[in-house]
Design a protein around this ligand. Structure first.
Ligand SMILES: [Zn+2]
Length: 460
């Protein structure tokens, strides 16, 4: 529950006057009804026309069509005829406090900056995120405050620091984090010790990096080290998410007991044995298509950054860089961009293979690192999932109920009675055109409006 909704609104850059008085919902115990919108429930069912959604005490008390759900007497009614409502999105792979502007620094892991990022995610319709590793000690107070609604912004779950390797991943050149943000154990015993510490702090997940970034790094975590880390995690009832790039590493991660493949397989086509391994482990797969895309898209298509929906989220120094023709030319021509284009194509192909095979697909863009701007990157991910061949409704289902299921959260991601009232009001239906998901009219978090259209969003 929000203590002071006016504060939340002011901090998200939205003025109270931007929201109709009847929708401000100052008294949470009073029912508010969102009426007349097309409702996407998050479970993949056909959108419900002329819906009624009743919110009470931050939760949905009823949702359905106007024939089956009655408006309670005395409720505040918000007319949303012509609009579409969908659940707030949930990211399974993001990072907080890493990059500010163009600079990655351990100093960015501070409460004030992270809260500004969480407000941005929320304003873009992402009401829950997973900070998948590289978290400093401040994470736990933040998590408690976001869980309780004491602080405004997207709710957070996380994978504490995570397990990497000295001189290897995660590469300090890309993410210059200090020792308080990542473990680099060199023995199985040290790995077990690291897992015990993270379990003691009540981390939600464990993250392991198994990648040499195309042989750019001289080492990978040794099998006996990640094997011990997975074993110790499972002993502590923690699931393990593996950062991978290559098919071979994905297989190794699954054979070691990995529960979540946290990036798409991008070097080769996914094969039968890998699908069997994923099925056997009921593993989750988070493609993060936006990762490679972000390495070339702003150079290849300057119009993407010029779109006000994207532009609004950019730090001024980032804006200057993305609009610089010399930078665009350099990035467009860079060999890394060509590799990224190919990696994205392979990632999209593998996503479809795995989706059709019935593998659990999660949602995440690796936002918060590189040029993957909080909130914007999640929308980019949706676009790329649809470009890969999923229908908009399939992509939205993954981004809502699917992502909630990955996190074992049964209180969100779905617009049904009993769930948290985390939702996005759109001016147009995204199931007919995924870019309609950009047309945000308002975001509601735990039963209160916390943001309006992106045009009213101000970055802090
Ligand atoms: Zn990541």
């Amino acid at each position: 529950m929000r203590a002071v909704s006016a504060v939340a609104l002011a901090m998200s850059g939205l003025l109270l006057s931007d929201i109709p008085a009847q929708a401000q919902n100052k008294d949470a115990s009073k029912a508010v009804v969102l009426k007349g919108a097309t409702l996407i429930d998050g479970l993949g069912g056909k959108p419900i026309a002329d819906s009624v959604l009743v919110i009470k005490d931050g939760r949905i008390s009823a949702a359905g069509d106007a024939k089956s759900v009655k408006v309670p007497a005395g409720a505040e009614v918000v007319d949303l005829k012509g609009k579409t409502i969908m659940p707030g999105m949930i990211s399974n792979h993001s990072h907080i406090g890493i990059v500010k502007g163009l600079k990655a620094s351990p100093d960015n892991y501070n409460r004030e900056y992270i809260l500004s990022q969480l407000r941005q995610w929320e304003a873009y319709g992402v009401t829950t995120i997973t900070s998948l590793g590289l978290n400093a000690a401040e994470f736990y107070d933040l998590r408690a405050d976001l869980h309780s609604g004491k602080a405004p912004g997207a709710d957070i779950f996380g994978a504490d620091r995570g397990i990497g390797v000295a001189l290897g991943a995660p590469p300090v050149a890309i993410v210059p984090v200090g020792p308080s943000q990542v473990y680099r154990p060199d023995t199985p015993d040290a790995a077990r010790e690291a897992i015990k510490e993270m379990a003691g702090r009540k981390t939600d997940l464990v993250k392991i990096w198994l990648d040499d970034f195309g042989k750019l790094l001289p080492v990978k975590v040794k099998p006996e080290v990640y094997g011990a880390a997975v074993d110790e995690s499972h002993k502590n009832k923690l699931r393990v998410a593996f950062h991978i790039n290559d098919l071979e590493d994905a297989q190794a991660a699954l054979k070691a007991g990995g529960d979540i493949i946290a990036h798409g397989i991008r070097d080769k086509e996914v094969d039968g044995p890998t699908i069997d391994l994923m099925k056997k482990r009921a593993a989750w797969y988070v493609p993060t298509l936006a990762l490679d895309d972000s390495n070339f898209i702003f150079a290849d298509k300057p119009k993407v950054a010029a779109d006000p929906f994207v532009n609004r989220a950019l730090d001024p120094v980032v804006k200057t860089q993305l609009e610089d023709p010399a930078w665009q030319q350099k990035v467009h021509d860079a060999p890394g961009s060509e590799r990224a284009r190919k990696a994205l194509a392979m990632n999209q192909k593998n996503l479809m293979t795995l989706y059709k095979a019935g593998i659990n697909i999660g949602f995440g863009s690796d936002s918060g690192v590189g040029l993957r701007f909080p909130g914007v990157a999640e929308h980019r991910e949706l676009d790329l999932m649809v470009e890969a061949g999923l229908t908009p409704l399939q992509a939205l289902t993954i981004a809502t109920s699917g992502a909630a299921k990955l996190l074992k959260l049964d209180d969100r991601g779905v617009l049904r009675a009993g769930k948290l009232a985390d939702l996005v009001v759109l001016d147009a239906d995204p199931t007919t055109d995924i870019s309609n998901a950009h047309k945000i009219s308002a975001v509601w978090h735990r039963g209160r409006p916390v943001a309006g259209s992106i045009a009213t969003f101000a970055q802090r």
